[in-house]
Design a protein around this ligand. Structure first.
Ligand SMILES: [Zn+2]
Ligand SMILES: [Zn+2]
Ligand SMILES: [Zn+2]
Ligand SMILES: [Zn+2]
Ligand SMILES: [Zn+2]
Ligand SMILES: [Zn+2]
Ligand SMILES: [Zn+2]
Ligand SMILES: [Zn+2]
Length: 393
């Protein structure tokens, strides 16, 4: 009779269930920033921006440990739901031998191990992708790979529970988009080695070079049964990165990563990084934004229809900009408002008034607005005599 132990067991199960799905803004809390190092105290995720509130770097720039696990679920679901494309539905996909090819060492390199014609072919494949890039070996490679997982397969493109408060209509549109993508475009490449017996010629879709017997190629069934790529050529048509774990999305004759497939038909919000499913959105700074997300990066005030300043591709409201960056007038030492008229010369700034941008010589004070002037040690003068008088004082 040990009732407490049963309760304990119950507790543990509940905790595991809870930790499975974290709230979006709790993801990776405290993870160190790979770009900023100690300057960032650890990821503090903004509730919809998906950037760190402390250092403003992206979520994936932080060394988030549970990221792989999250992607694991999403990608497995994706591949499970994928319907075979109709063209090949009745034919065997690739004439794969039944030889077992998956050792634990190989498994560790993939979320979902691609189909492969032999263990020798798998070994050749792993050897033919760059160590530091494809992430099949070594620490640098693994880090690159997990970054590419979040980059190429953004969780919020696949699972609406990671999106910021979608309306019912947005959710419906997103589901329709996802269903179409998963049913018509998503796939994982197969690895196949060209043997002596293989008489048809294999030509790489990317570089148009022939593949010879003994070489391995990646086949993508969505593109057609005979379409293949060199392992190093199996890249996203937009970002040209190697497709992580050979997961591709096929559209109009090209292969893409998940992120860039999405952007072929939808625009992406520059703030929250989600695809936009609302009817209306706003364009600013050459980028697209949810109207509700076009906000000051510093205080989150909505900026749609308001004045704002863009600095390093980030929008600021006028107040925050003044507070954080406004330059002082060289003459009166008072801050120049972001929308205030100013004169810039070298790295100095003045209010564009007769008072502030005038000959510094007390007895002259002539306005230099629109005039030729002499610049000396941060001062402006109308003429050499004025400059001389002032400097000899
Ligand atoms: Zn950072
Ligand atoms: Zn940070
Ligand atoms: Zn090629
Ligand atoms: Zn891409
Ligand atoms: Zn947004
Ligand atoms: Zn602000
Ligand atoms: Zn001034
Ligand atoms: Zn003067």
């Amino acid at each position: 009779m040990d009732a407490p132990e049963i309760y304990q067991g119950h507790e543990i199960v509940r905790q595991e269930q809870n930790s499975k799905k974290k709230l979006a803004h709790e993801k990776g809390e405290g993870a160190p920033c790979l770009k900023c190092g100690p300057a960032c105290e650890g990821l503090d995720l903004h509730f919809w921006r998906k950037i760190c509130r402390l250092c403003h770097c992206k979520y994936e720039d932080h060394d988030v440990k549970d990221e792989d696990e999250m992607h694991h679920d999403i990608v497995l679901n994706l591949l499970k739901n994928r319907r075979p494309c109709t063209e090949n539905a009745n034919k065997p996909q690739v004439d794969l031998k039944s030889e077992p090819v998956i050792g634990e060492d190989v498994k560790a390199n993939f979320i979902q191990v691609p189909e492969c014609s032999s263990s020798a072919a798998m070994a050749k494949y792993l050897d033919s992708v760059p160590e530091d890039k494809a992430g099949h070996k070594g620490e640098a490679g693994q880090q690159y790979r997990s970054q590419q997982l979040s980059n190429q397969l953004p969780v919020h493109d696949f699972d609406d529970s990671y999106c910021d408060k979608l309306s019912d209509q947005e959710r419906e549109l997103m589901r329709a988009f996802n269903d179409k993508r998963d049913a018509e475009a998503a796939g994982q490449g197969n690895i196949k080695e060209k043997t002596e017996k293989e008489l048809s010629s294999w030509v790489c879709e990317k570089c148009n070079e022939n593949l010879y017997s003994g070489e391995v190629a990646v086949f993508a069934e969505r593109a057609g049964k005979d379409k293949c790529w060199h392992p190093k050529c199996f890249v996203c048509d937009t970002c040209t990165e190697l497709l992580v774990d050979l997961i591709y999305f096929f559209k109009d004759g090209k292969i893409h990563c998940g992120r860039h497939y999405g952007e072929l038909t939808r625009v992406r919000c520059a703030a929250c990084d989600e695809l936009i499913f609302t009817k209306e959105y706003t364009q600013a700074d050459g980028r697209d934004w949810h109207i509700k997300h076009f906000c000051c990066i510093n205080c989150d005030t909505a900026l749609a229809g308001k004045k704002y300043v863009s600095k390093e591709e980030k929008p600021y409201c006028m107040d925050c900009y003044d507070q954080l960056f406004a330059k002082c007038c060289q003459f009166c030492k008072i801050k120049i408002a972001a929308d205030g008229k100013r004169v810039n010369y070298k790295d100095k700034h003045w209010h564009a008034t007769d008072e502030c941008f005038g000959c510094v010589n007390e007895s002259c004070k002539k306005t230099m607005l629109g005039q030729q002037f002499i610049y000396k040690d941060g001062n402006v003068f109308c003429s050499p005599p004025c400059a001389r008088k002032h400097l000899n004082k």
